[in-house]
Design a protein around this ligand. Structure first.
Ligand SMILES: [Fe+2]
Length: 488
């Protein structure tokens, strides 16, 4: 391995940091590397050609008051597979917020667990007063990696191969000033479009939009909600976009006093907006469903008169017996067991207006990835993760067959944690399950990180290739795969 240290940033985190999400497997990286000629154990399939990109919170400076794991600065880690050669890189996302704090040498924005007034500057986010850390998600659109912030912020563009910063997405100059864009923008590889939404404490509380394959804003409409909401993800089919109004949001009484207390209001039920992808506000159709919260959708498609939506329904009653240690209690919403996340399907009948719903699987899981060629189309498989009880740490990977509920599972050794694990198809028009699943691990037993490659149709066989990274990387979440012809 040839490894070049590109930068060694000086932070000011406590030397003996004991925060559960800044220490151990969540200890952030402050060194940026370029590494080539990485040692490969096993065999990388010759057809694996593309880039795996992973974002995740990686704080450089100490917090003002309490630190929440969603406050940290974005850092991208990438691995490029090109004709048998493998390259790794990592870089902080060069946000305005990180630059301002680095110049000041201290944190300027208080995080999610503190009141916005504690921030020294106005900031970003639907809540307001947050640092826009662009740390949540990453997708590749129009040849560029786009990183985003879960509470809405600027979209930062990065070269997916070199990780060179390319500034902010130009098209965002054409949307409502100050609203930003939510994480979980969606790319339809078939049309080259990017679908997105944003939300705010100001009416109409949500917008939806489409960016064309060349990177211009093509569509942008309000989707009016009854009040401020906290949507995290959206879905699409070939003809429709699907947005949501779920009954987990800031308590309006507390909000009137300036406090942001997230509460569940089950009496309100869940509502789903189905609208044509280039539809107008009056074309939105709302479908009622049982109360829940959903972080991530798996996929959606059309089936006759029905729009089918798959995602991870939360049911906290499934985790009611779980007692978390004091240090983890503030982060119970990150514990998949506590929130009872499980694969679930909703069907919205466009003819009758009725919703039918039911679970796809009993097991607790989340972060489902699909063969992106099947996004918005009928599909059969998702590659999802399980988590260590109590923790935001991924301890298992499996392929779920959404038709039969069958799982093909792999469990990482104790002390080894994976990242979100996208599916990398071998061919542009291949079988859905033919390809690889790629992930980064954080190995606390051997103080190292690897990129692991699995055969997508035989996850339980374990990794078919292991690539050692130049440093142990912080545990992490959202990631994506992009084929080389989409990034060159
Ligand atoms: Fe997410």
């Amino acid at each position: 391995m040839t490894s070049t240290l590109i930068a060694d940033h000086t932070g000011n985190l406590p030397a003996d940091d004991s925060h559960p999400y800044r220490s151990g497997p969540w200890q952030p990286n402050h060194r940026e590397y370029d590494a080539t000629d990485l040692a490969v154990e096993g065999e990388i399939p010759a057809a694996l050609s593309g880039v795996y990109l992973r974002n995740t919170e990686n704080p450089l400076l100490d917090a003002i008051g309490r630190y929440h794991p969603f406050d940290g600065d974005g850092m991208l880690h990438s691995i490029v597979f090109d004709n048998g050669r493998v390259q790794y890189r990592n870089r902080f996302v060069a946000t305005d917020g990180l630059q301002a704090e680095t110049e000041a040498g201290r944190p300027l924005w208080a995080g999610l667990m503190e009141r916005p007034e504690k921030s020294e500057r106005a900031g970003w986010g639907a809540r307001t007063g947050l640092k826009d850390s662009s740390s949540t998600d990453v997708v590749v659109h129009n040849g560029r990696a786009l990183t985003s912030f879960y509470q809405c912020g600027d979209l930062y563009e990065t070269d997916p191969l070199t990780l060179a910063p390319l500034g902010k997405a130009k098209w965002t100059e054409d949307i409502t000033p100050g609203w930003g864009v939510s994480a979980h923008t969606k790319v339809d590889e078939a049309t080259g479009e990017l679908l997105f939404f944003n939300y705010s404490k100001e009416a109409p509380y949500m917008h939806y939009g489409v960016v064309d394959a060349k990177g211009s804003l093509a569509h942008y409409v309000p989707v009016e909600l009854p009040g401020p909401r906290l949507p995290h993800d959206m879905a699409f089919t070939q003809r429709f976009a699907i947005l949501n109004d779920l009954p987990l949001f800031w308590d309006p009484d507390a909000l009137a006093k300036g406090a942001h207390a997230v509460r569940f209001f089950p009496k309100l039920g869940s509502r789903f907006a189905v609208l044509p992808r280039r539809g107008q506000p009056e074309e939105v159709r709302w479908f009622d469903a049982k109360p829940t919260y959903v972080l991530h959708w798996i996929n959606a498609f059309e089936d006759g008169d029905e729009v089918v939506l798959d995602g991870y329904r939360q049911d906290p009653s499934r985790g009611a017996h779980i007692k978390l240690p004091d240090a983890l209690k503030p982060f119970s919403m990150l514990d998949l067991q506590s929130v009872g996340a499980h694969a679930y399907r909703w069907r919205f009948n466009l003819k009758t207006g009725a919703t039918t719903e039911g679970q796809l699987s009993d097991g607790i899981s989340e972060f489902g990835m699909i063969n992106q060629q099947y996004a918005g189309r009928p599909y059969r498989y998702t590659w999802e993760v399980t988590a260590k009880p109590g923790w935001f740490l991924f301890d298992g990977l499996h392929r779920l067959d959404v038709e039969t509920g069958a799982r093909d599972s792999y469990r990482f050794p104790d002390g080894v944690y994976a990242s979100e694990s996208p599916m990398a198809p071998f061919a542009a028009d291949g079988e859905e399950s033919v390809g690889c699943v790629v992930t980064f691990t954080t190995d606390m037993n051997e103080d190292k990180s690897e990129c692991l490659v699995f055969a997508a149709d035989d996850v339980s066989a374990g990794p078919i290739a292991r690539i050692r990274l130049p440093q142990r990387i912080c545990s992490g979440t959202h990631a994506c795969w992009a084929p080389l012809d989409a990034v060159r």
